[in-house]
Design a protein around this ligand. Sequence first.
Ligand code: FAD
Length: 436
Amino acid sequence: MKRRVRVAVIGAGPAGLCAARHILSRPEAFDPPVVYEMTDHLGGTWFYEEKAGTYDNGYPIHSSMYRDLRTNLPKEIMMFPDFPFDDRLPSFLHHTSVQQYLEKYCERYDIARHIKFNTVVEKVKPVSMETETGGAVTWEVISHSTCRDQNTQTFDSVFVCNGHYSDPHLPYIPGIEHFKGKVLHSHSYRCPEPFANKSVVVLGAKASGVDISIELAQVNAQVILSHNTTTMSLPPPLGIRQASAVVGILEDGSLQFQDGSVTQADVLLFCTGYNFNFPFLCPSDLGLDVQDLFVTPLYKYLLPPGFPSIFFIGICKIICPFIHFDCQVKFALAVLEGSVELPTQEEMKEEVQKAMQWKQDTGVQVKHLLNLDKDQWDYYLDLARVGQFTPPEPVLESLYEEVRIQRQKDPQKYRQINYRLIDATQWELLEAPPEQ
Ligand code: FAD
């Protein structure tokens, strides 16, 4: 009889829970997973921490959630495909509803008893180097719990689900040491009140930069949103100014923008994204190059070609995360079950290199090579075709595009719209939010 596959899952955020849920659904092929979670709760990013900085045990606070955050995707395209949100909720949710959803998911699939809370994974290493034979490598996972007990366990496979929105990315600004005000990253931002009536320069106009600028302007902060993309439409009554990128800080502490203009500010708020960080791995041992904003080569954005039994879930950006995790996990399990025949190590490497090179040739910057956006739907179709599972329904892509249009039109009010999925291809607008 074939031995069942033993899997370690690092992290009990949405990706780790999704991995555990699908592993548990295949008891004939897999042992129940061991899910390592360094905090005392599940939910990852979605578990709001009022405090920023460090936990009592000295570890950095994981979540970057802020108090009033509402989702930037409607629940119809945020949900795991097999587990809808409560119909009575509006489309765009307060973060607490997402946390409740994840708790229900965990309950529904009986995941919690497989989570080792307060247990940090310190080291993951391949213990047998027979990479040519594919799955022959086993993995040693060294962890320690809050009471400092160290533990080593061996697994056939590891799902890396440690999240990528925790380690602030802080691009260097020449002269930053001259800045006299407060400098912080959105990772530590919780609410706008401390910034009332202050002048704040927000760096970066992706989801958090725009949302936080709007929050700050609503408490009468004088906000300058500095970015190097094209000027966006922001609600005029809020008075948010837009400026080009900050290129340096002058000796008197004022900020200089790319167009030569100069301003003073009380606060410099970096909304400049997050670094990849796998402190428990030695990337070069796995043939991986991990940079702040890029990881390569990962075949199908998922596995190092030389080690096809360790899976990095959710490395891509600009995606529908929960749908993405679901497809990646199903594909990874198909690989482990042996129902997907992977190309040779060299072929996988070459495929990744070619794809990345092609993107760079079309002008994509290295820091954006893992952005999928519109390409995510073809990626899911490909994973589903090879992994032999049902792909996400076309209605999800169609609604994703609609939300993009509405968000661009009005980044403040698009969250007031409510949607309903009609069938696999159609969605409709709801006139009023569902009755709660
Ligand atoms: P996380 O949620 O970060 O979970 C990772 C888990 O791993 C954590 O519990 C952590 O404690 C644990 N962990 C880390 N290292 C270790 C270790 N060494 N040992 C043990 N445990 C470890 N997504 C959406 O779909 N819609 C949104 O509207 C949306 N808004 C967002 C807003 C903000 C401000 C941010 C930061 C993200 C947002 N996201 C949104 C993306 C969000 O990160 C994903 O939805 C999702 O939480 C990622 O799940 P994850 O499991 O990969 O990582």
